[in-house]
Design a protein around this ligand. Sequence first.
Ligand SMILES: Cc1cc2nc3c(=O)[nH]c(=O)nc-3n(C[C@H](O)[C@H](O)[C@H](O)COP(=O)(O)OP(=O)(O)OC[C@H]3O[C@@H](n4cnc5c(N)ncnc54)[C@H](O)[C@@H]3O)c2cc1C
Length: 122
Amino acid sequence: MLDKIKNSNKIEVLNNSEVTEVRGNGTVNGIGVETKGSTNSLAVQGVFVEIGSIPTVDFLPSGVALNKHNKIIIDKRNMTSVPGIFSAGDVTDILEKQTVVAAGEGAKAAIQVAEYLNKTEV
Ligand SMILES: Cc1cc2nc3c(=O)[nH]c(=O)nc-3n(C[C@H](O)[C@H](O)[C@H](O)COP(=O)(O)OP(=O)(O)OC[C@H]3O[C@@H](n4cnc5c(N)ncnc54)[C@H](O)[C@@H]3O)c2cc1C
């Protein structure tokens, strides 16, 4: 993908840069881009925000097992390596990262949490 981007004459890559401003009145017509301390204006007609894909797992107890990509390992009941801790969606080691799958996984996890609570004496 990076090679495709580098070789495309339709894309200009700005490394070490940060978008500091989105300008427009009703519709976008420009952005401010800061590169190594100096800010430049670019005329643009659209802005698309691409978020990262690093899983947020710092808050988990250390016993919850992660795979080498820092995704939470779950079994078919959506339970993690720690009994009673369940997980669902993109943060887990499932292969399909899609909204419909994440929603279904959430439903599966909720059902399994209820099962777990019903079976477990607290
Ligand atoms: C650029 C892009 C395009 C995509 N396009 C498509 C598409 O066209 N079709 C499709 O089906 N899927 C698409 N996806 C994938 C889809 O967005 C995900 O599969 C889906 O959003 C996963 O849902 P989720 O609830 O598991 O995770 P998320 O949607 O990532 O939700 C997790 C939430 O938890 C919050 N959070 C994180 N840490 C904490 C914390 N410690 N405490 C409280 N909250 C926390 C986050 O802020 C976030 O709101 C795309 C993803 C990306 C990044």
